[in-house]
Design a protein. Sequence first.
Length: 267
Amino acid sequence: MLKTEVIDSIVDELFLAEKHGKAIPKLVDRYPGLNVDLAYEVQNRLIERKCRDEGTKVAGWKLGLTSKAKQEMMGVHEPAYGVLLENMQLQSDGSISLRTLIHPKIEPEIAFIFKEELKGPGVTVAEVLQKTDYIAPALEIIDSRYQHFSFTLADVIADNSSSSRFILGERFAKYNREDLSLVGMVFKKNGAIVSTSAGASVMGHPARAVAWMVNKLSRYGQSVKPGEVVLSGALTGAIEIEEGDVFSVSLDRFGSVEASFTFGKGE
């Protein structure tokens, strides 16, 4: 068990790593007592610190490690979640500067926006869909604060599951009982298709990932509030972003979103 002062020290280290854009060594190598539950405690305190020091507030949640392939690659048996803050959301108009990030990558996602609170335990896929208001395409920019983008499950959870920035399609589509497992996705880089996928690539159904997260949140007295966004998990592998890249994601029946990136002084 890690002492409170150790957890506070970890929070401070992660906060400053992101603030200054400087990667740090993995935590578990230095704090072998850091398990998943303690990592979520670190995450909660990190979010409190960011809300206080950056003058922002919670906008929603994101899932990671939702595919079996990614879990096997990382040697873990379950997904992870993180928190989205209002100051993480970017607009797709103009060129977006990523100059403050360490080693950003981008993923296409299905975003849920909810009309009612989702509170576990016992939340089902059916309840997730019943309380879904809108569905939107999303681009998530992830950025690990660890050297070489290398981490364990506990490391990544403590680091807010590599959360960094996110962009939603400007037009939300009202959810009308479509089978989200069958929704097709096309992911493009600089106009060329880099991958295609479907909602089923996220735990068989993206709402299953959301249900898992909501039930996990209940262990910490948390829930998904009305109006909050949930990014349900990457539909493909993450791609590194380079100067001048333009990425887009299109979802059948739910629209598309496109953004261009620079590492200069834009934004």
